[in-house]
Structures are given as C-alpha cells and as structure tokens.
Design a binder for this molecule. Structure first.
Ligand code: ADP
Ligand code: MG
Length: 622
C-alpha cells in the first residue's frame, strides 16, 4: 500500500498574528491583502510601551501609553524593560536589579519575582499583561475579532530558558504560540530576504535600551544565525541621557540639586529630551522644551543636529565595536555582507544610519519603518504557518531587472527581476581610464546581457571626478525604487562628494505583453547572450592589459630579450584589433596570448617593485 501526500491549502485556518514583544515597545501585525500590516485601531499608533503602572491602592495595573504619564507623578509605581529579566534567576541579574525599585525574590520554583505594591509577579506574568494589551489593540483594529494564535519574536541571543519564559508569558495571556522566532530573522522576512538563494545578512537593531547586531546566513530560504553581539545597556535611552545631561547643566543652577534628583522631574526631562531627539531626526535643529507649570519653570534651548551628533558619537562608536566583533566571530569581513537591515526606533537617527552605511560600505535597508519591521516579519511567518503561500505575484515586485551599461557594452544588473519594491541597492563602480573626470551612465531595463538588447531608460553624466589612475576612483551608484515604481538613480564620487542623479519611470509605456516578450527573448537568446557578454568582458580586460603594458613599454624595450619583446608587441597589436572579433573563443585566445606575452614584463616589474606585495598578480593588477 502506498500513501500519497497531499498538500492541502487550508484556507479556513485561523490567521496568525505577528507580535514584537519589545523591551521598550510592543506591537502586532497581520498578513492582509497580500502583505503584512501593522494593526492599529482608529487614532491609535498600534505601538504600546512595554511598561506597567501599579496604582498605590493595589488596584489593577495599567499598561501602555498611560504608564509614561503616570510615571511623571508616581514613578515608584512603574515598571519598564521587564524583558531584561525574562527567564533569569535572582543570581543572574544581581547588577540589573538596581534599575528596578521593587524588591526581588525567588518563587519556590526558582523563578525571579518582584514584590510590586503588595503583589508578587514574575517577569512572565508582567510580560503576559503586555501581551494581553497587544492582543487587545489588535482585536480593536480587526473590528472586534480576537485572534488567539501568534508568532512571537525574541532576540537571537535568547537561550532556551528565555524562550520558554516568553512561551509561558503567552500561555498566561491566553495566546497560543505558533512559533517563537528571532527578531533579526523576522526583520529579514519583512524585507523578503528569504527569497534570496543565498547570502549573508547583517541586522543592526538599536532599540530603546538595547543594541543587538546579528549576522545571518540565508540558504534556499532558510535562515541561520552565524553570530550575535551587542550591548544590553545601549539604546535610545542613552541618546536621551546625553540631552538630559546637557539640560541639567543649565537647570541645576536654576532649580537646585535636590529637585534635579527628583524621579518625577527627571522622568519629565527624559520625555522632553526624547521629543527633542525625535525632532532632530527630521530637522537639522530642534527645540528642547521643558516646563513644570506648578513650579513656574519654563526652560528652552535650541539644539543643533551637529551638536547632538557630537554628544552621541561615542555611543554610536560602541555599536560599531560590536559590529566588528560580530563579523570577526562569524569570520567575515564587512565586504562579505550582502544585505544590511536596520531595526529599532533609534536607527531613525541620521548619524546612526550613516555610521552603519559607512561601516558596511553599503546602503542599509530602511524602506520599512524600523520600529515596525520585526512585527511585520513575524506576521509574514504567521501567514506562512497558517498555510498561506508567499506568492511572489502578491507582492509588488519589479517585473524586469534594472541596471547600468558597463564598459564594453555589457549590463550590470543592480535591481534584479522580482525584487520586492520599494527597494534600494547600492553598488560600487570605478573609472576605466587614467585621469577620467566623468562617467556616462546609461540606465537599462531587461534581462539581456548586452545593453544594446535592453531598453534604455535614460542617461546621465557624473562629472567632477578628480584626475587619478584608472580604477582608483570610488563611485557608488544607488538605485532607489519607491512604492509607486519611480526609480531614482544617484551616482556619487566618494572623495569629492560629487553627485549626479536622474529619475525615471521604468514601467512607463510598457504593456504586459511587451514585458512577456522581453522575458521570452532573454530565454531564447540565453546562450548567445552569455557568449556576447563574455566577449564584451574579455575585450575590456584586454584593454586594461594593453594599457598596463603600453605604459611600461620603455622598461620592456630595455629589459626584455628581443624575442619576448616581439611577442609582446605582436600580442598587443592583436589586442588592438580585437574590436572586430565576434566569436568569444577567438577573443578568449587573444586575451590568453596577451596574458602569456606580458608575463616576462610582469616578472621584471615585480622585481623592481616590492616583490612580496605583488607576488602572484597579473600585470594589469599591479
Ligand atoms: P525596543 O526594540 O527596545 O522595544 P524600539 O525599536 O521601539 O525599541 O525603539 C525605541 C527607541 O526608538 C526609543 O528610544 C525611541 O526614542 C527611539 N525612536 C523612535 N523614533 C525615533 C526617531 N524618530 N528618532 C530617534 N529615535 C527614535
Ligand atoms: Mg525591538
């Protein structure tokens, strides 16, 4: 007897929520109409602070936004950042306990618990209240429909006990956990990076109180955590603190030391600092306002973004130290990373983004809201687990690749076909000739290997490159495709900052059947295209070799034996004539002959240059 396995799509399965249970904020998302969506009821941001307020009289605790206000008047009754204690015993968190004003003890089972105004609660029970509130907000957004199943995210470094504690919190909240997944994995899912065949992803997550950096590998849709690092005491709160310190310098002489240490006063000042910080993410200058009407205190100061960036410089540098560690743990270099993902509200700070971009040498993904991306990814996972498919057609994707014509007429594809949009990709280019001060860019669309066979969308020129040897200029070209399908291409020369850009509409004037026939043509011509492209690339290589040889001709004439010199001249001449050759094998033969003929010259040059530094390289690379 044989069994046949049927893959039944169970459409009646209950949808599964995605929940980001954060240290600072928590929120839920759900897959709807072909994409994940944050669940927000009318007039509510969807996000709720992961904090509880316990009233003095022992009444029911409040959760969410109100807690931040209560903290102003009764700071002793609030509890924040409970996630730090998940799955920990009393002994594990001795130092950490200083940040909580409630006495801690252990339950009979050895679980940590806090004595909060007369009731004893474990971090699991406190997290359960936050989860219930998240579920409530989701229910409201869904018009009263309550969902019981959820995918919940945890930091990649959470151990089994911490994951179990998260499970327990959900159980107490009456939520059925479909799966616990890692936050960086969720963020990568939100960006559709599971669609990559393979690659390495760095997820940089700077939240409210913690910093996590993770390196993931993706292999046929499966994510693996290669290494994690971070700092459990570094986040947006620390950025706020730099502004609080700035304010206190001026405020202490006004209000006195004692007031300046009052928890309510400090909490108010922290919130004001945070508001100022948020504004600085948008504007180059912001107002830092702080007032306590009862005490007739009104204080205000302009803060420049540059000033703020200087204050937070050391903190940003610490995150980069962790990035260095995580790479070395994974035995990788920054240049091995294929995708960088920004997570956490604090990555909205422009200086943070810039630092990450410079560190990894590529523009990070930031098309999605960094404080929503984990919940969105959890919802993607929930959708898959509830039997949904991640049909690529449901997502907005580019139907044809977008790229640039490179030297020799080949195409360098930048945004490949089927990339989810919006998206942004940056690639590095350089100059081909010595002292080249400009580069012409031809933006092309299509799957063919040669620019001549693709559709040209527009041309532009980057000028102002300082004269330098070929290959030395660093030009980064960014393709940014927005949700409306508008493509913005920016080219930037790194040393001078010279910039040129163009905006085009790739799908303008293209009918579906034209897209079809462009795809068909690329299949039909695959082998020929491959050969043409290879020939084009070889011709470029030959050009480079010829230039390298010709610029050393004087040395060659003096130092080479007559036979080698004749061979070299002959090979160079053939190289010059290569333009007319069509057959890739013939071009290959010319290239190989040229390489052979340059070997004696290369050997001589190697002797005259530092031997070690150039050993094993071709002439054109020296
Ligand atoms: P967590 O993962 O720790 O729960 P979040 O990802 O929600 O935290 O990030 C919260 C932090 O993000 C807070 O410190 C908040 O001030 C900061 N933040 C949110 N929006 C901005 C912004 N526009 N500019 C700077 N910081 C921001
Ligand atoms: Mg987070």
């Amino acid at each position: 007897m044989a069994f046949i396995e049927l893959n039944v799509l169970n459409n009646t399965a209950e949808p599964i929520l995605g929940i980001d249970l954060g240290t600072t904020n928590s929120l839920a998302a759900l897959w709807r109409d072909g994409r994940p969506e944050i669940l927000k009821p009318e007039g509510h941001p969807g996000r709720i602070p992961s904090a509880l307020y316990f009233p003095k009289d022992g009444g029911e605790p409040a959760v969410g936004q109100v807690v931040r206000e209560r903290a102003l008047v009764d700071p002793e009754g609030t509890i924040f950042s409970i996630k730090r204690f998940m799955g920990c015993g009393l002994a594990d968190v001795k130092d950490e306990l200083e940040s909580v004003q409630f006495p801690a003890s252990e339950t009979a089972e050895g679980l940590l618990q806090f004595d909060v105004r007369g009731r004893k609660l474990t971090p699991q029970e406190i997290s359960a209240r936050i989860l219930m509130r998240v579920q409530d907000v989701a229910c409201k957004a869904l018009g009263g429909h309550k969902l019981k199943r959820a995918v919940i995210t945890v930091p990649a470094y959470f151990d089994d006990t911490q994951r179990q504690a998260t499970h327990d919190a959900a159980r107490i909240a009456g939520i059925d956990v479909a799966r616990i997944i890692n936050e960086p994995t969720a963020a990568s899912l939100a960006y559709g990076l599971d669609q990559r065949k393979e690659g390495k992803i760095a997820v940089y997550d700077l939240g409210g109180g913690t910093f996590d950096i993770s390196i993931l590998s993706i292999d046929s849709g499966v994510f693996r955590v290669l290494s994690t690092s971070g700092d459990t005491h570094l986040g947006g709160d620390d950025l706020d603190r730099t502004l609080v310190a700035l304010a206190l310098e001026e405020l202490i002489p006004k209000v006195g030391q004692e007031t300046a240490q009052d928890p309510g006063f400090l909490q108010g000042l922290r919130l004001a600092a945070e508001r100022c910080k948020h504004e600085l993410s948008l504007n180059p200058e912001a107002d830092f306002h702080f007032s306590i009407p009862d005490q007739d205190l009104r204080w205000h100061r302009r803060v420049k973004r540059a000033e703020f960036e200087k204050l937070i410089g050391p903190l940003v540098a610490r995150t980069l130290d962790a990035c260095r560690r995580v790479l070395s743990d994974a035995k990788l270099q920054a240049s091995d990373i294929d995708e960088v993902v920004l997570v956490g509200g604090s990555t909205r700070v422009p200086a943070v983004r810039k630092a990450v971009e410079e560190f990894f040498g590529r523009a990070p993904h930031n098309e999605l809201d960094p404080d929503q991306v984990v919940a969105l990814g959890a919802a993607v996972q929930g959708h898959i687990l509830s039997g949904g498919t991640r049909d690529i057609l449901l997502m907005d994707v580019t139907s044809l690749s977008l790229g640039l014509e490179t030297m020799g007429g080949a195409v360098s594809k930048i945004v490949v076909r089927n990339s989810p949009i919006p998206c942004q990709v940056t690639e590095g280019f350089t100059t081909y000739a010595d002292n080249q001060t400009g580069i012409d860019f031809n933006i092309v669309q299509g799957e063919r290997e040669l620019a001549a066979d693709c559709r040209s969308l527009g041309r532009f020129k980057l000028t102002g490159i300082p004269p330098m040897p070929a290959g030395m200029a660093k030009v980064s070209v960014r393709f940014q495709l927005d949700a409306n399908g508008v493509l913005n291409v920016t080219a930037r020369e790194e040393s001078t900052g010279a910039i040129a850009e163009i905006e085009v509409q790739p799908m303008h004037g293209l009918q579906d059947d034209q897209v079809e026939s462009m795809l068909q043509a690329s299949y039909d011509n695959a082998q020929d295209d491959f050969d043409h492209r290879r020939a084009a690339d070889l011709k470029v290589e030959i050009g480079t070799m010829i230039r390298a040889s010709e610029s050393n001709m004087e040395i060659a004439s003096q130092a080479l034996d007559p036979e080698s010199l004749a061979d070299l001249k002959d090979a160079i001449q053939k190289g010059h004539d290569v333009a007319t050759l069509k057959d890739v094998n013939e071009v290959q033969a010319v290239r190989d002959e040229l390489e052979q003929a340059t070997l004696p010259l290369a050997a001589i040059l190697m002797d005259s240059v530092a031997k070690k530094a150039v050993a094993g390289k071709h002439l054109s690379e020296i």
